[in-house]
Design a protein around this ligand. Structure first.
Ligand code: GDL
Length: 430
């Protein structure tokens, strides 16, 4: 196991990546010098919902392929199991079931494992949930080490971010118990102050390391989009200072569900991991450099797209808490133009971006287009409406795309309008 783990955790909800997508991700990891892939797709039934069942021969072959693909690229393969939905802690018959699952992977040459207890019921009648989870995990670790001296294990706590700990998830003293009772050689995952952490500071991680009695292994959801299917995030690895690297066991990102959209997240993570210790991490510069490398993937069957439009488009899908600079500027300019004309210059910019969205349909890389198409469609339609309004403002503006009596997104946006959040995230009826 390398001293510092860096790479990808396929740990999102929704359709797992295909084998071909995983190979592409592995190639990008190897090219960027990242070293670790964690297999943890929430909706692989046998990873979570049916965790007791072993893989069929065909499934086993698929996993063997991944193990080989990682080995060929010098990447660590970590197999994760998520038994917490219905694991009976303290029931002696459960241990052999867990062992059986890991035995199947050991036979494929896997030596690195993870046991995940995230997003599970935290009600537990039998005493301390943390102590029960640690007992199961320590026992499994011992069993693994008897079979492979090189075996490694990581553990994801039920309270895996600051907010959850503050809310008392897992019961009083949950994390302290984990720190005290989990075998010191077992790594502990942590997503930061939040599930999706805008920032991860050295101070935050140092405080945590005192409680955990080890450096945390960061499970970084910055670019995850499984919780918001209308967005994706192709902004840079950001909000983390270079000094963070010395304070953690590793940095593993759980990125966009759509594998082709992870070029910039992975490229910038690789840049962050390898940047000289003395340098300040300039996320925007890293982003623009990574976009340059992604840009050749945007060749079309027609006339070339324009680089400037590409940057604005990507800035529209930057990071969860922030638009990219160009998108933010465009938004502010449109907002002003809708109130005070003349708006010709803004209208032309809106039209260019609308056209860029439409022309994505000409991409030669169809997997990339398919990953983008729904988002680009929605953006194109809003831009089209704004463009029409700016061209002839007034009550008479109608749009071919916004059909009367239809609701975009169906019931969901209507429900969302019933309860609206204030700036603190507290909801009240609107
Ligand atoms: C989570 C889940 C993860 C999911 C992510 C983003 C962890 C430890 N677990 O809470 O599977 O992809 O949020 O929605 O992050």
């Amino acid at each position: 196991m390398p001293p510092f783990l860096s790479g990808v955790i396929e740990g999102f909800y929704g359709p797992p990546w295909s084998q071909a997508e995983r190979r592409q991700v592995f190639d990008r990891m190897r090219d960027g010098g990242l070293n670790t892939y964690v297999y943890a797709p929430k909706d692989d039934l046998k990873h979570r919902a049916l965790w007791r069942e072993t893989y069929s021969a065909a499934e086993e072959e698929g996993l063997a392929e991944l193990v080989r693909a990682c080995r060929e690229r010098n990447l660590n393969f970590i197999y994760a199991l998520s038994p917490g939905l219905d694991l009976r802690y303290g029931d002696a018959t459960e241990a052999p079931v867990l062992q059986n699952r890991f035995a199947q992977m050991l036979a494929l040459g896997v030596t690195h494992f993870a046991l995940l207890f995230d997003d599970i019921p935290d009600r537990f009648e039998g005493g301390s949930l943390a102590a029960a989870q640690c007992a199961v995990t320590n026992a499994l670790f011992g069993w693994l080490r008897e079979r492979s001296a090189r075996a490694q294990l990581a553990f994801c706590p039920t309270a895996y971010c600051g907010r959850m700990v503050a809310a008392g998830l897992g019961g009083a003293g949950y994390l302290e118990t984990v720190g005290r009772e989990l075998a010191p050689a077992i790594d502990v995952f942590w997503t930061g102050p939040e599930i999706i952490s805008r920032e991860l500071t050295v101070a935050h991680v140092r405080d945590l390391a005192v409680v955990l009695r080890r450096k945390p292994l960061v499970w970084d959801n910055l670019h995850a989009n499984d919780y918001d299917g209308r967005r994706f995030f192709c902004g840079p690895y950001a909000g983390r200072p270079a000094e963070l690297r010395d304070e953690v066991r590793g940095l593993l990102v759980n990125p966009n569900c759509e594998a082709p959209l992870n070029f910039v997240p992975l490229r910038t993570l690789a840049g962050f991991v390898q940047a000289p210790a003395t340098a300040r991490w300039d996320a925007r510069a890293a982003y623009l450099a990574a976009l340059r490398d992604w840009w050749p993937g945007f060749t079309t069957v027609g006339a070339p797209l324009a680089w400037e439009d590409f940057v604005v488009f990507c800035d529209c899908y930057y990071l969860p808490h922030k638009e990219g600079d160009e998108a933010e500027t465009l938004f502010q300019d449109v907002r002003r133009a809708l109130q005070a004309r003349p708006a010709d210059a803004v209208r032309r910019r809106v039209a260019r971006l609308r056209e860029f969205c439409a022309r994505l349909a000409e991409l030669r890389d169809r997997a990339l287009f398919h990953a983008l198409s729904r988002r680009a469609w929605e953006l194109r339609e809003e831009l089209d409406l704004i463009e029409r309004f700016l061209a002839s403002p007034g009550p008479g503006v109608a749009s071919d795309f916004h059909l009367p009596g239809t609701y975009r997104g169906g019931l969901v946006p209507r429900l969302q309008r019933l309860l609206t959040p204030d700036i603190h995230g507290t909801f009240s009826p609107s």
